[in-house]
Design a protein around this ligand. Structure first.
Ligand SMILES: Cc1ncc(COP(=O)(O)O)c(C=O)c1O
Length: 406
């Protein structure tokens, strides 16, 4: 696999940042976009545009077919059993809100418990908090261990006969911990508890197989998968999509509308109200082709080598402290440097064209647990190389010099 050639497919790398080449280490936040995806959006708007699922004219039918083609590609890519188990949303955040809202409406009452973990992104906490306020449900937190992992035991400990759903991340966007999804799902199902997985950070980096994982819900963020912004995916087992009420009301999601009653459309239309992110969905087919062309096993191998290299380099750099030490880890290197605020680190690195993220990364519960207000985070994508890690390290050294650290 030639990473230099892959990198050439991303026009952003022709840009200079403060007169430097871009070293993009913020893919956990959002990945850069290959030209095929950008061009697909341009071509769709210039030659093929129409809204989908409504009119019968040529452009409308062709656009609807393209939109549905992406649904089939996603189904295949994540090995879902049925094409109608794929619901397009505006992001993973909306996918999780959809489940919290509809599952909450139908199945939750005062005193019921939702089990999440201390690793969760705010997107997988705040929607459950709304239900805590509205319905008086309880939110329990499986505890993260010193290595920044969630073990199956820490989940098991918090399950009670009131647990109605377990919702957890597949791959932490701070510690990089990869959670044992299959085992947690087996445990939950043995107690008849459904499972929601936040797959935002895993989807760009790991092989996904919904039938093997057997989870009930899986949320995906397309803009982290070399795809357009404004698009996410909710995978949900068909039985849930049939059983749960609709999320939003409007055009496209109805069957019959009468003054005295409304019936809802078939799946997946029931959950896709209003005009959808048509161009983004159609362009996302190119992201999937891009990922498939490289091959997920090659992506995993490349990123693992890069992670090992990055960890080794940063561990050797005294005064850099890596956050978390999980046994199974994804493409995230979070760190702190005693005496330098992460925002100062990110600002100084940016002068060299090194783009990282600093802050709590939408994980305040985890940062509180770690006794930190923020961390610096370098996160990897398919276009990164060991050169990028070396430049990161050089910039960190420059930063330490400015702050008179050894
Ligand atoms: C773990 C995790 N969950 C959820 C989200 C939210 O995803 P989206 O931007 O698609 O709403 C993110 C994005 O940063 C994330 O990293």
């Amino acid at each position: 696999m030639n990473i230099d050639n892959i990198k050439k497919e991303f026009p952003i790398f022709n840009s200079k940042i403060h007169n430097n080449d871009l070293v993009y280490l913020d893919s956990a936040n959002s990945s850069q976009k290959p030209l095929v995806v950008i061009n697909r959006i341009y071509d769709f708007y210039t030659k093929e545009f129409s809204n989908v699922g409504r009119s019968v004219h040529y452009l409308a039918v062709a656009a609807t077919n393209l939109y549905e083609k992406t649904r089939s590609s996603v189904q295949k890519y994540i090995n879902a059993k049925d094409k109608n188990e794929i619901v397009f949303t505006k992001g993973a955040t909306e996918a999780i809100n959809l489940v919290a809202n509809t599952f909450g409406q139908k199945y939750l009452k005062e005193g019921d418990e939702i089990l999440i973990t201390e690793l969760e992104h705010h997107s997988n906490y705040v929607p459950w908090h709304f239900l805590r306020k509205e319905k008086g449900i309880k939110i329990k937190f499986a505890e993260v261990n010193n290595d920044g992992e969630i073990t199956i035991e820490s989940i098991e400990k918090k399950i009670t006969n009131k647990t109605k759903l377990i919702a957890f991340t597949h791959l932490s966007n701070v510690t990089g911990a990869i959670l044992p999804v299959k085992e947690i799902t087996e445990l939950a199902h043995s107690k008849k508890i459904p499972v929601l997985v936040d797959g935002c950070q895993s989807a760009p980096h790991l092989k996904l197989d919904m039938q093997d994982l057997d989870c009930d819900f899986y949320a995906i963020s397309c803009h982290k998968m070399y795809g357009p912004t404004g698009l996410g995916i909710l995978y949900a087992k068909k039985k849930w999509l049939e059983d749960l009420p609709p999320y939003q009301g409007g055009g496209g999601m109805i069957g019959q509308v009468k003054k005295d009653g409304i019936s809802y459309g078939d799946l997946p239309n029931k959950y896709e109200a209003g005009t959808m992110a048509t161009a983004q969905v159609i362009a996302f087919d190119e992201s999937i082709k891009f990922l498939e062309k490289i091959g997920i096993h090659n992506i995993m191998q490349h990123e693992k080598q890069l992670m090992d290299y990055g960890e080794e380099i940063l561990r050797k750099n005294n005064s850099v402290k890596l956050v978390g030490n999980p046994k199974k880890k994804g493409a995230v290197l979070s760190f702190t440097i005693d005496g330098i605020h992460p925002h100062d680190i990110a600002t100084i690195l940016d002068e060299d064209g090194v783009a990282i993220r600093a802050g709590h990364h939408c994980c305040q519960i985890l940062h509180d647990k770690l006794g930190l207000t923020s961390t610096a985070r370098a996160s990897l994508g398919i276009y990164n190389t060991t050169d990028d890690i070396d430049k990161l390290n050089l910039s960190i050294n420059k930063c330490k010099k400015i702050f008179n650290l050894k």
